[in-house]
Design a protein around this ligand. Sequence first.
Ligand code: ATP
Length: 274
Amino acid sequence: MANAFDGGIVGRGEAVLSLRNVSKNFGAVQALTDIELDVYKGEVVALVGDNGAGKSTLVKILAGVHQPSSGTMTFDGVPVVLDGPSAALKLGIATVFQDLALCENLDVVANIYLGQELSPMALDEVSMEIRAWTLLRELSARIPSVREPIASLSGGQRQTVAIARSLLLDPKVILLDEPTAALGVAQTAEVLNLIERVRDRGLGVVMISHNMEDVRAVADRVVVLRLGKNNGVFTPDTSNQELVSAITGASDNSVSRRASRRAGTEHSAGEAHP
Ligand SMILES: Nc1ncnc2c1ncn2[C@@H]1O[C@H](COP(=O)(O)OP(=O)(O)OP(=O)(O)O)[C@@H](O)[C@H]1O
């Protein structure tokens, strides 16, 4: 069911992360215009839209990779300016980009601790292994051994390691760029379960996805971008037809035509057999 721009979140307290009137241009290219976004604790927000709609640009702004050309961002109610990815991380916004940035030849523990120069923890190997193992167990991750090199893991397991790594600094918000892209059915289910457990830890999750089935399975709200602008916030039970219309801007598309054909068939079938 669709509703305006709040997606049914009225009365949920203060958002952990908010954007107001955020615009971004790259020279003459207007990638985002007046974007509004709220992310609450313990919810999964799916960010959907056609190619070039501005999803990656928006996530990169939240991750501190790009700076908005105008508009404001607040974190825990406080206006913030992210001048780089490490500023976002320090604040409590972790990102898992599509490339995952894992080292094939290193094991799970080493990858989870990779690039933790921000961390004040100077842990020995044993403590690192225990912490990595505890984290993965809390996430019910199916990793055979934390001493397994990344090269021998499946796509879903790699995504799991990348997500576990992003949780190491106890972020409040995690950004996932197409976390199920290129995964098979079982691995996708595994990663979606993991996302639910991250949400259950009280984090706000923002997930870019092109896959409406995944979005329906895990999202609490679906934020649609179209041509760099907000085009509605929907609940995950919204019909495919309505979502596709919001994404493409066209009410006449193959999904709506199929739906109306089906309705027509049912109607005439109903008439034939009252
Ligand atoms: N670094 C950049 N320089 C110039 N233009 C850019 C840059 N990054 C993005 N754009 C433009 O901004 C617009 C939004 O792109 P963006 O990658 O955010 O869309 P998207 O929704 O993530 O698309 P996709 O689903 O294809 O990844 C596009 O017109 C794109 O060409």
